[in-house]
Write a protein that binds this ligand. Structure first.
Ligand code: GDP
Length: 310
């Protein structure tokens, strides 16, 4: 069994590749839920949905979110009623949020709701929220504190960041299966996801980081950064605000207490000596995933680094 830690965009690309290289039933995906939000009374879990749609073959891989070919008639109607519609929810996507919210209202936990949704969509891999408890990424800016999606989507990450924290993290518990997956895995992959706001919240759930540190099987992380630049999104800005060097070295250092190997871009091969100074191995390869062949090749290389068990 292979355990995978992920956010949405970068993680989904590698997971698409992994799903072609390992038996999907042997994949347990532990997903960030600190980006979740409530819209129109519906519980929206962007990262869980991106991963579920990716594995169900429904994802809009060009946009990086939502369902391919989705329409936005409901959202247009919501706008007529005066609602804000900056967070784009397609009509079919709304079917997922209605379903999840109904399950939660009926008393299901987030992990049970997630499992029912992925099963209905024919996804064989296990998809686990990091926690069934509410953990919320908060971005502290000079003009006040805002939730992650307002910073990321509404304001297109224009604000200066003073601090990021995960409200509710200290009181949260790992969702059922999370610690078991970490302890039982033949290998663990940390996806090329945002280290601060995608992997950070997972590591902030009490017990997760400690479990990762104790693992004896290999743990491989893939860098979401090439040179001093994030491949997409606000990772560079968020890393800088958290005092993490914006480089594959910074990513490696942020995970140095529990990973063994970091996969970096060929351009970053020169960081190998500094990364070795952290007690880690750096492996340089092509880490850009622009198409299915890239995703599969990178997944194959990552699995090879985990050894024969995977
Ligand atoms: P989010 O929940 O949408 O923020 O998704 P993630 O945290 O999983 O993904 C965002 C990260 O993916 C960003 O930091 C990007 O730099 C990284 N990323 C996007 N595309 C690629 C890619 O093709 N290769 C690698 N290595 N990283 C990528």
């Amino acid at each position: 069994m292979l355990a995978v830690l992920t956010g949405g965009t970068g993680g989904a690309k590698l997971i698409r590749g992994l799903s072609l290289e390992v038996e999907p039933r042997d994949l347990v995906i532990i997903c960030n839920t600190a980006d979740d939000l409530v819209l129109y009374g519906l519980h929206v879990s962007p990262d869980l949905d991106t991963i579920t749609y990716t594995l169900a073959g429904l994802a809009d891989e060009e946009k990086g979110w939502g369902i391919k070919g989705d329409t936005f008639a409901v959202l247009e109607q919501m706008r007529e009623y005066g609602w804000q519609t900056w967070f784009r929810l397609g009509d079919r996507d709304l079917g997922t949020h209605l379903t999840r919210s109904a399950f939660l209202r009926e008393g299901s936990s987030l992990s049970q709701a997630t499992d029912r949704i992925r099963t209905a969509l024919g996804v064989k891999a296990s998809i686990l929220p990091m926690s069934d408890d509410r953990v919320e990424t908060r971005i502290v800016t000079p003009r006040g504190e805002i939730p992650f999606q307002e910073f990321f989507v509404r304001d297109r990450w224009s604000d200066e960041i003073e601090r990021v924290y995960f409200a509710g993290a200290e009181r949260s518990r790992p969702a059922p299966g999370v610690i078991e997956a970490i302890r039982g895995a033949a290998g663990i992959v940390v996806c090329p996801s945002n280290p601060v706001t995608s992997i950070g919240p997972i590591l902030a759930v009490p017990g997760v980081r400690a479990a990762l540190r104790e693992v004896e099987r290999p743990i491989v992380a893939v860098s979401p950064v090439i040179g001093g630049v994030a491949i997409s999104g606000p990772a560079a800005k968020l890393m800088a605000s958290a005092g993490i060097e914006v480089s594959a070295f910074g990513v490696a250092k942020a995970y140095a207490d529990f990973i063994d190997t970091v996969v970096v871009a060929r351009e970053d091969e020169g960081l190998g000596v500094r990364i070795a100074g952290l007690g880690l191995r750096a492996v340089a390869t092509d880490i850009l995933m622009n198409n299915l062949a890239d995703k599969r090749r990178l997944a194959h290389e990552v699995l090879a680094l985990l050894g024969p068990m995977c």
